[in-house]
Design a protein around this ligand. Structure first.
Ligand SMILES: [Zn+2]
Ligand SMILES: [Zn+2]
Length: 159
């Protein structure tokens, strides 16, 4: 289902709209995500066939090499630095930092990855997929998301 997601950075200069198909939402406990979020974990909302429309403001970007040798494009507000999007170069799948969405209440992560570096005090809810590092494939995460949103009244419509 094509969805329209809107969000903004912390200072409010950047407003964005993303159209695409939500594929999954998960929490990552890797040390990169802890440092990037300046917190205990990072969250990711993956959107397929994503079209990003910048409604206002200006983005900066930097490229990070991933452990698997790919290049990840990281985009953030030029003024306040809020991280908004990640994208592996050459892939059309966009990762939104979901805390920047105008309405993120519907977003319940279906999985926690890199639990091997999770902070001890973080308790993972039952019935949630868990992986010590990256999952071998993300198929289980896509299926769990689909199951969570298959009922029409629980579909994710944020705009
Ligand atoms: Zn900003
Ligand atoms: Zn991570």
């Amino acid at each position: 289902m094509l969805e329209s997601l809107e969000g903004q950075c912390q200072c409010g200069k950047v407003h964005y709209r993303v159209q695409g198909v939500c594929a999954t939402v998960f929490v990552c406990h890797c040390l990169e995500c802890q440092r990037q979020s300046a917190s205990a974990f990072g969250m990711a909302l993956w959107v397929n066939d994503a079209k990003v429309l910048l409604l206002s403001g200006e983005l900066n970007q930097w490229l990070r090499a991933t452990p698997s040798g790919q290049q990840m494009l990281c985009r953030f507000c030029h003024t306040c630095g809020t991280r908004l999007f990640h994208q592996i170069k050459g892939q059309n799948q966009l990762s939104i930092k979901p805390g920047t969405l105008n309405d993120s209440r519907q977003l319940k992560p279906v999985a926690h990855i890199w639990t091997s570096s999770k902070q001890d005090w973080v308790k993972i809810p039952e019935n949630t997929l868990q992986y010590p590092e990256n999952p071998p494939t993300f198929d289980a995460l896509f299926m769990a998301w689909e199951a969570q949103h298959s009922a029409p009244d629980r579909s994710l419509i944020l705009a």
